[in-house]
Design a protein. Sequence first.
Length: 303
Amino acid sequence: MTKAVLIVNPSSGGEKGKEYTVLAQETLESMYDSVSVKETAKGGDAEQFAKAAARERVEAVFVMGGDGTVNEGICGLAEEEYRPKFGIIPLGTVNDVGRALGIPLNPEAAIRMLPKAITKELDIGKVNDSYFIDVIAIGKIPEAVKNVGTEQKTRLGALAYFIEGAKAFNVSQSYPFKLTLDDEVIEHESILLLIAVTNSVGGFENMLPQAKIDDGYLHLIVLKGSTLMDKVKLIPKVIQGNTAEANETLYRKFKSGKITVTDEDMEVISNIDGDEGDKLPLALQILPRHITIFVPESKSSVK
């Protein structure tokens, strides 16, 4: 008897979670003998639901929500010896992971593609004692973005992040980062540092075109420019996917590393997959092909 678990965040995507739950359940019931629906009520619920599903050895776990809910689902599976196949039904504001995997951003389309979906193996990142599937952001811009409220996200969608991020773009304060990346040590002042698993960051699908979902590397971008003009010149390069080659950035790919600041009195908090994460220092590593994930049949060559 085949079993699947559907984890739904009813507050994601402008309260649309409940609207699509019935369709998702009906679709999954055509694929599995038994489908259990779990609705999250607070942070951490999706992680616990996914962990319990793994220990029940169900065939698959599907998460319907935004990047934060998807992150929780991954964290619930990451440390389990048996890890069910994982499916994403994007229902958030940015949905970076769905973009990187070629999953339709329209929830109905994402649900209807599941019966014909194929599977791919996906790298995930480990950060301290947790995990991430998308991006870690550190600096003034992610600090501003974390202030985006649910109502603002519902009303403006991804635009809300750009509005708050733009407010921080003129901030001159930077952090004295110390980066230990495999065998290389780098010290650099910056207002923004990003560590990504895939090519999509903040809705920009070409920000890291060289990153692939199963290449066995974490990809780091550090904003080098200190003046407003430096930052403005970087915008078209972000959009065109030329970030890694830009003079205004430092790019590295690595398998394990540590991120800290040289000023011990400075408290710096990370943003992990869209939610507030750990304070620095961060210990990082890539877990190659750790999760088996559903992707559209037409995206068998997804990067």
